[in-house]
Design a protein around this ligand. Sequence first.
Ligand SMILES: NC(=O)c1ccc[n+]([C@@H]2O[C@H](COP(=O)([O-])OP(=O)(O)OC[C@H]3O[C@@H](n4cnc5c(N)ncnc54)[C@H](O)[C@@H]3O)[C@@H](O)[C@H]2O)c1
Length: 356
Amino acid sequence: MFEELIAEWDGERVVIRHDSPSGAWMFICMHSTRLGPAGGGTRMNVYDTPQDGLADAMRLSRAMTAKFAVAGVDFGGGKAVLAVRELPRGYERRDLLLRYGDTVASLRGGFVTAPDMNTTESDMDVVAERAEGFVFCRSPEHGGSGSSAPATALGVFHGIRATVQRALDRDVEGLTVLVQGAGGVGGALVELLAGAGARVLVSDLDEDRAQGVAANAHASVVPADRALDSECDVYAPCAVGGVLNEQTIARLRCRVVAGAANNQLASPADAQRLAARGILYAPDFVINAGGVFHGIGKELLGWDDERLGRELESIGDTLREVFDRAERDGTSTEAAAQRLADERLSTPTQPRALAR
Ligand SMILES: NC(=O)c1ccc[n+]([C@@H]2O[C@H](COP(=O)([O-])OP(=O)(O)OC[C@H]3O[C@@H](n4cnc5c(N)ncnc54)[C@H](O)[C@@H]3O)[C@@H](O)[C@H]2O)c1
């Protein structure tokens, strides 16, 4: 039942496990190990079919390969999906995570992981009980570096500033920024933007969450179903992937798209659609690298807060390089970023983060 997806995928290895006690499927996709072990978050989600879960893991793991390559961090791309019937709690959750930890451990470091959608640092504490050494971003009480969301938000903030500077030749002060998704990353981003003098619009399916985040930052709430129709200078997708497609791009009323969500483009053609509308797009796998800088930098490379701060700021520099290349080569920014990743993948001798 999964053969067609696997045949079409360009990655290296897929591990599929059916977890009989819970009915969940576990998919671990190792897209590339050319630069190092495959690394990527563990997503827990309810999908219409198991194939949808596998397809999600495959897409996300490919993006991780590009993310690590552009960031200059010595890891390959991976992703795990736990496709559950419903999000488990209590002992059922713990038991599922322990069995998942056994699966991660069986790969002996070929795959390392961290939290992702619907998994937390406490969940990683449980996974690490069985897969010690292969889990990043556990809670600080268990020796981990904790949530990567604040670092991701700060990296996205630097990225938004660089993108706005290129598109509008100014800083974010006085601009209107729509933040879609008021979770860990979106919530922190709203505060940063408000602190820099932007007028912030916040939208979340959970309207109470949006209200709470907005109240702290004097921001305004926009209903989730009307978010994309809001007039703004910057649209920052910080909720789910696939939000940029033929229909939504036609509706956008912004000049810049720059946000944290993974796999924002529904298809590669959507990068051209954005460019054709005069919207400058900051490729997601470049602007949202703050999470990997946080987890790997702090836990493996010994970075202190100052070093982490410099690396997060460098996301703006990387985007400037991507924009220069896109202009020079006459391509979309997505294509320029992918080419940058491909170049680094073909010369993996001196990855930046480990070379210094
Ligand atoms: N946390 C990180 O370090 C990190 C790193 C890289 C990328 N990302 C990506 O950034 C995004 C946000 O991550 P997070 O950690 O803040 O997640 P989160 O789960 O804390 O928050 C996501 C928020 O989006 C809301 N949401 C979901 N669908 C929505 C929709 N259609 N419209 C509006 N709101 C919606 C949810 O209610 C939730 O409040 C995700 O796509 C994630 O994959 C996160």
